[in-house]
Write a protein that binds this ligand. Structure first.
Ligand code: ADP
Ligand code: F6P
Length: 324
């Protein structure tokens, strides 16, 4: 079957995530396999507006499937939020012959993709964020690597915390989503997990919890705190003063966004990249690829953006049940 379009572009936008490179590689190679031309756009929408556009061939994506970060660089771009910026972006795509565009990023980036679709550029979004906070999908590129990185780091903090019989507050990423915190809380056996979606600010309950556990002979107390709750350092000082238990805060920060992607992130990102190209070849536009109930699927971007997602109450209950 003939392709609906001949030239596609690919960009990464918003926070980077391990596996983005695998997705870029998949887009390039799947497109080449269909005899399409591929252009890489550097630095997200900011680079598009500056015409930072390069031709990509099979060798441009050699040796990257295993690498963290994004070879196309990423950026945030205020100008692209404006109508003028979006019109200019669409004109630049047309000038370079880019008829279809794969946007790898989060909800914000999908908003931009949707605007370009309205201006005649066929767009497909791929969910790229360590936060897992995209409602239409159970999987986002980078989450698996990020939670594994954080889990390993927390294991290490736990060793020293136990040796010193301390309380440790470990802050993980997630400004408004607590998925990394919840998964690490379960995987690392944390005594308390503070999620932006659930934490009510009741520090006294945490203090009581620590004191109870001390009475029961526990030698450490691990608190996983999400970035969105924050204030880990001042919380540590208050907890130490109230409990008499030495307390330290560790903020894991951007190490969670880097590193070699896990097998799952490489494989899923590759399949999603290939699916984005399939959709463009079929003439589809304004779609976002997701993974739901064991299948790779696609949704209208507007419908995807309107969907809501919350922490699983069951998973949260199980996490608390494991603390004894
Ligand atoms: P993410 O894609 O990870 O959610 P951001 O929210 O920072 O990250 O969005 C990335 C970029 O997408 C922004 O810097 C901006 O250029 C573009 N963007 C975000 N929201 C919109 C919008 N409503 N309309 C057009 N472009 C947008
Ligand atoms: O990509 C998601 C994320 O890592 C969030 O968890 C975090 O709040 C945000 O990005 C931080 O972004 P930056 O420090 O790059 O502005």
């Amino acid at each position: 079957m003939e392709n609906a379009i001949n030239t596609i572009g690919v960009l990464t936008s918003g926070g980077d995530a391990p596996g983005m490179n695998a997705a870029i590689r998949a887009v390039v190679r799947a497109a080449l396999a269909k005899n399409m031309k591929v252009k890489g756009i550097k630095r997200g929408y900011a680079g598009l507006l500056k015409e930072e556009i390069i031709d990509m061939d099979s060798r441009s994506v050699s040796d990257i499937v295993q690498k963290g970060g994004t070879i196309l660089y990423t950026a945030r771009c205020e100008e692209f939020r404006t109508e003028e910026g979006q019109k200019l972006g669409a004109e630049i795509c047309k000038k370079h012959g880019i008829e279809g565009l794969v946007v790898i990023g989060g909800d914000g980036s999908f908003n931009g993709a949707c605007k370009l679709a309205g201006l005649g550029i066929n767009t497909i979004g791929l969910p790229g964020t360590i936060d897992l906070d995209i409602a239409c999908t159970d999987y986002t590129i980078g989450f698996d690597t990020a939670v594994n990185t954080a889990m390993e780091a927390i294991d290490k903090v736990r060793d020293t915390s136990t040796s010193h019989e301390r309380c440790s507050i470990i802050e993980v990423m997630g400004r408004s989503a607590g998925y990394i915190a919840l998964w690490c809380g379960i995987a690392n056996g944390a005594e308390d997990i503070l999620l932006p979606e659930r934490y009510d600010g009741n520090e006294q309950a945490i203090i009581n919890h620590i004191l109870e556990h001390r009475k029961r002979g526990k030698s450490h107390h691990i608190i996983i705190n999400a970035e969105g709750v924050g204030h880990s350092t001042s919380m540590a000082k208050r907890i130490e003063a109230a409990t008499g238990v030495e307390t330290r805060a560790t903020i894991l920060g951007h190490m969670q966004r880097g590193g070699r992607p896990t097998c799952k992130d490489r494989v899923y990102a590759t399949i999603m990249g290939a699916k984005a190209v399939d959709l463009l070849a079929e003439g589809k536009s304004n779609r976002v690829v997701g993974y739901l109930n064991g299948d790779f699927v696609d949704f209208d971007i507007n419908e995807a953006l309107a969907m809501k997602k919350d922490i699983s109450e069951y998973q949260y209950t199980v996490s608390k049940m494991m603390v004894r």
